[in-house]
Design a protein around this ligand. Sequence first.
Ligand SMILES: [Zn+2]
Length: 281
Amino acid sequence: MEPLSDGFFGLDGGAMFGVVPRVLWRQKNPPDANNRILLALRPLLIRTGDAVVVVDTGVGDKYGPKFNEMFNVDHRVGLRQSLADHGVEPEAVTHVVLTHLHFDHAGGATRLDPAGRPVPTFPNARHLVQEQEWHDATHPNRRTRGSYREDDFRPLQAAGLVELIDGDVEPLPGIRLVRTGGHTRGHQIVLVESSKQFDVYWADLVPTTTHLNVPYIMGYDLYPLETMDCKEAMLGRAADEGWTCWFEHDPAVAAARVAREGDRFAVEKAIHAVPQGENDD
Ligand SMILES: [Zn+2]
């Protein structure tokens, strides 16, 4: 498991912590003048056998200055550069797992060609998406519309690269996709088992280490009670079995071992800390 980077961005702190008051989260997550907190865009690279798997794709670079300003996008390192740093060409990627189709997870799955048309970033990859998520992204309602952008995923379908899955599947030996619901009905997380360790990529089930506190649930979540139950159960297993936990949006801690702390969970040991100072906004 290798952490990739599509840079950083900012979302409203209130929306990131739902009903939890600002006084409780602002110290660990200092908001800017527009109340946005710094978040990482951290896809994951898994190389196993002949497969090269990218999990989530960040926000991508299709959306221009207005979007980038609104979400405070910092793309000094983008996903393609990050992959190149790991010696991976986009054509070599065999699988892309999309935990869900929100723009900060699926945005980098397409890019603009020289004519300005969105095309797949990874032209040889099977893109694994939950069928429920595909349905909901292609039939958005007034609440969900702002999070889905067709240019992120329709070109994948047009190129025949989308593989819809239903529920929990093991697309490659040792890699399990588990549908959690909560954030969206079709949201999935990734469990990776090797002889040495057990890893979990939480995606938006536990987006940052601050969300290890069970009732800290994003205002974006469509089914927050489902998130809470699933999070509590899965974090319990992670703590008891010593899983390595990967946090997609935590700006400082990429991966950590977690432990029970009363009725909540906390970082026991950070495994991958992120060099700070990459973001000086
Ligand atoms: Zn997200």
